[in-house]
Design a protein around this ligand. Structure first.
Ligand code: UFG
Length: 324
């Protein structure tokens, strides 16, 4: 059993990971300032209200928990917002991560770090993306995540900090037991927006472009179930605690689905016909992003168990009953 500090554990992905860790018998403590997270999602383990931007609050929680492992989810994560307000992203993501890592270095230098990175670090690249590609992020969000990965690599080299960065593709779906699921305010992601549209026909649904260089003209993404993500975090943590070296892994399914394919699946799952409007492409949207996740399969024995159907199914169950 490990003492695990889940930083940003009141958010969508952090809460699913906290649930799995607790289920596996680990001692979970969540640290979150609730700036984008929700108190009702932080129901696994102890809850500590505080911000990574406040060195005293960070130090206090590290001293109290004395973690063996720290899972770092706390970040701003909307691409469009990062273009409009990059300062917020450099502050929360880069400066906040620095506060966290330097406090850990001082107070819990042996703690292993699992960092939430993103496929946005690659930029617009064609084909299946693997971890050896150069990183050319095309928006401030991706740039901040790349900087944090570089900070970790430098800390690892100089101070022997051990970490794993997980580069998520499109996280989606909800807990199979229906206790938690995706909540963002505002919601920008495709699957919850389509489902919201199925629930409320007055919700204005826009499809961003049907003239991309893809077979049906809409963007292709690699949707990965949040429970498969959670399983990868557990494996990455166990790997580091068992002496594994610092590393970086993609997390996707290697299967792409277009916006129109997702839309059709939402229609069949909800048994409702959706009304939507096709508008111009969203700035900065690469036509296709698909993971090559063979490295994590090879090194950590991880394999996704869910397909797009189970993603949409679980998200549909959740959205109908989630707190509003
Ligand atoms: N889309 C629509 N209408 C909407 C919302 C989305 O057509 O109302 C389209 C987008 O244009 C895109 C696809 O649906 O083609 C998926 O969009 P999401 O916003 O759900 O996800 P993104 O692929 O834009 O973003 C994800 C992660 C980010 C990450 C990014 C990397 O959520 O954290 O991939 O490109 F940075």
């Amino acid at each position: 059993m490990a003492k695990v500090l889940v930083v940003g554990g009141a958010g969508y992905i952090g809460s699913h990971v906290a649930k799995l860790l607790q289920k596996k018998g680990h001692q979970v403590s969540v640290f979150d300032d609730l700036s984008t997270g929700f108190r009702e999602l932080a129901k696994y383990g102890d809850f500590h209200l505080g911000s990574i931007l406040d060195p005293q609050e960070v130090r206090a929680v590290i001293k109290q928990v004395a973690p063996d492992a720290v899972l770092h989810f706390a970040a701003r994560a909307a691409v469009g917002e990062s273009v409009e307000n990059p300062s917020l992203y450099y502050e929360v993501n880069v400066a906040g991560s620095y506060q966290l890592f330097s406090a850990l270095r001082e107070l819990a230098p042996k703690a292993k770090i699992i960092f939430s990175s993103t496929c946005a670090v690659y930029g617009a690249v064609e084909g299946r993306l693997n971890e050896t590609l150069p990183l050319n992020p095309v928006n401030p969000y991706g740039r901040t995540k790349k900087m944090i990965e570089e900070m970790l690599a430098d800390f690892s080299h100089a101070y022997d900090t051990r970490y794993v960065s997980l580069r998520y593709f499109n996280a989606s779906g909800a807990d199979a037991e229906g206790e938690i699921g995706e909540m963002h305010n505002p919601e920008t992601h495709l699957i919850p927006r389509l489902l919201e549209n199925a629930l409320d026909p007055s919700f204005e649904m826009k499809i961003f472009g049907d003239k991309h260089a893809t077979p049906d003209g809409s963007c292709i993404r690699d949707y990965i179930h949040v429970e498969d993500l959670a399983d990868a975090h557990l494996r990455a943590m166990e790997y580091l605690l068992n002496g594994g070296k610092s590393d970086v892994f993609n997390l996707g399914t290697a299967k792409g689905s277009s916006v129109f394919e997702v839309l059709k699946l939402v229609e069949s799952t909800s048994e409702r016909k959706l009304k939507y409007q096709i508008v111009g492409a969203r700035a900065g949207d690469p036509p296709a992003l698909i993971a090559d996740s063979s490295k994590i399969e090879r090194v950590l024995g991880w394999k996704p168990k869910n397909d797009l159907k189970s993603i949409v199914h679980s998200a549909w169950s959740w959205i109908q009953k989630r707190p509003r």
